[in-house]
Design a protein around this ligand. Structure first.
Ligand SMILES: Cc1ncc(COP(=O)(O)O)c(C=O)c1O
Length: 405
């Protein structure tokens, strides 16, 4: 008789034995969340200012969201896109209300949304040049992040993301963020689109200036290029505008969104302007899971709460003193904290060295934050964070900066 295998009940052991080693994961097991707080399996509470990397827009387990998802789970969960479902139509209507006249395609993640926009650029290239495979160039920004699928990864000019996966999808050129000339100089007859994040998230919280976005809009209009904006991380209210590009007063040709849209339930979407929405015809794109009744119920609940609780105004109002307090930290600890960047609840602390020890020390003090590129710590409170919670985050940051001074 063979010896029975050891039954592992410890979560860390289970991970070590069975989960792919593609994350440098923190030694923390989270088991419960309410609002801006999460608890680990030992009962310790943390202020969750990662929001699951800009996902839990309403915090954890908002009662309206929970009720909507529970209700829908007991009604109808999935039907595929072979049929209509009322929630998808309603969510599309409401997103069009924020974005402008156009149409919405639902998918399941930010990566898929970006992939769909890149496919849109190819269709536009064919329509523009009349030739398949010729007009395919998409100009992206240095330090961009557009996901991990082949199109998005190829649009992500970062060695750590692309290494090992060649050959990449061809056709991507790279411009300097906020340098219009470096984009304009690369536009030629074979260029189909420009793709940017309104505020780069993974790259280290690098906002496009309004002038730059306005300049890109003009450039695209002059050369019949699509302006594709990736709002996966910075959209859905995180900056105090529903979409971050609104601050520049532009309207893109397509918008990718995900993360905060489901408030924790996986959903992604592309909005495409009326003018270009017909580029996709039956058969040219699709997904089994996108826009299920359940995912769209989660999305609708997020929009309900953003609207009913006036969260866009609250993010603007509460972020102003909070960012000022963070900037004061940069003034007080210049040897460690160089600058504070971002808008609303999408804030990056540019450290002078490696963020990893700071992220760990903050966690030990009860504040969860997430590192980004270029030695940046991202601080991403839920849109529902209270002034007291925001003030508490500053206290913890100050204590860690003092301890490491
Ligand atoms: C701007 C941006 N685009 C795309 C993605 C990819 O989204 P997902 O991880 O849902 O595929 C991310 C994820 O961090 C992102 O920040």
């Amino acid at each position: 008789m063979s010896t029975p295998s050891i039954v592992r009940t410890n979560t860390a052991d289970l991970y070590d034995a069975h989960v792919l080693k593609n994350y440098a994961r923190a030694p923390l097991t989270l088991v419960r969340g309410r609002g801006a707080q999460v608890w680990d399996d030992a009962g310790n509470a943390y202020l969750d200012f990662t929001s699951g990397i800009a996902v839990s827009a309403l915090g954890h387990c908002h009662p309206h969201w929970v009720a909507a998802v529970q209700r829908q789970a007991g009604e109808l969960i999935h039907t595929s896109n072979l049929y209509r479902n009322p929630n998808q139509g309603e969510l599309a209507r409401r997103l069009v209300g924020y974005a402008g006249p156009g149409r919405v395609f639902f998918c399941n993640s930010g990566g898929e949304a970006d992939e769909g926009m890149i496919k849109l650029s190819r269709l536009h290239g064919v329509a523009k040049s009349g030739v398949e495979g010729k007009c395919i160039k998409v100009i992206v920004a240095k330090n961009a992040f557009h996901g991990r699928m082949f199109g998005g990864m190829s649009a992500t000019p970062q060695e750590k993301i692309q290494k090992g996966f060649s050959p990449l999808v061809p056709g991507f050129a790279v411009g300097e963020l906020n340098n219009l000339e470096s984009f304009a100089s690369q536009v030629d007859a074979d260029t189909a689109a420009i793709l940017v994040e309104s505020i780069q998230g993974e790259g280290g919280i690098n906002p496009c200036t309004p002038e730059f976005l306005l300049g890109l809009r003009k450039l695209c209009d002059e050369h019949n290029l699509l302006l594709l904006v990736d709002e996966v991380q910075c959209g859905i209210g995180r900056t105090g505008n529903f979409y971050a590009f609104e601050a520049a007063g532009i309207r893109p040709d397509a918008i990718a969104m995900a993360k905060g849209l489901g408030g924790g339930f996986p959903i992604g979407a592309i909005w495409i302007s009326e003018r270009h929405a017909e580029l996709f015809q039956p058969g040219s794109h699709g997904t089994t899971f996108g826009g299920t009744p359940l995912a769209c119920a989660a999305g609708l609940a997020v929009l309900d709460v953003i609207e009913r609780e006036d969260l866009l105004a609250k993010v603007r109002q509460h972020s102003a003193p909070w960012i000022a307090a963070l900037q004061q930290l940069a003034t007080d600890f210049p040897a460690q904290l160089a600058t504070v960047r971002g808008r609303g609840f999408l804030v990056g602390l540019q450290l002078t060295g490696d963020p990893a020890p700071y992220v760990a020390a903050l966690r030990e003090q009860g504040l969860l934050v997430v590192a980004a590129g270029n030695n940046v710590i991202r601080v991403l409170p839920p849109l529902t964070a209270t002034p007291a919670e925001l003030a508490r985050s500053v206290e913890i940051l100050r204590a860690v900066l003092v301890a490491k001074a």
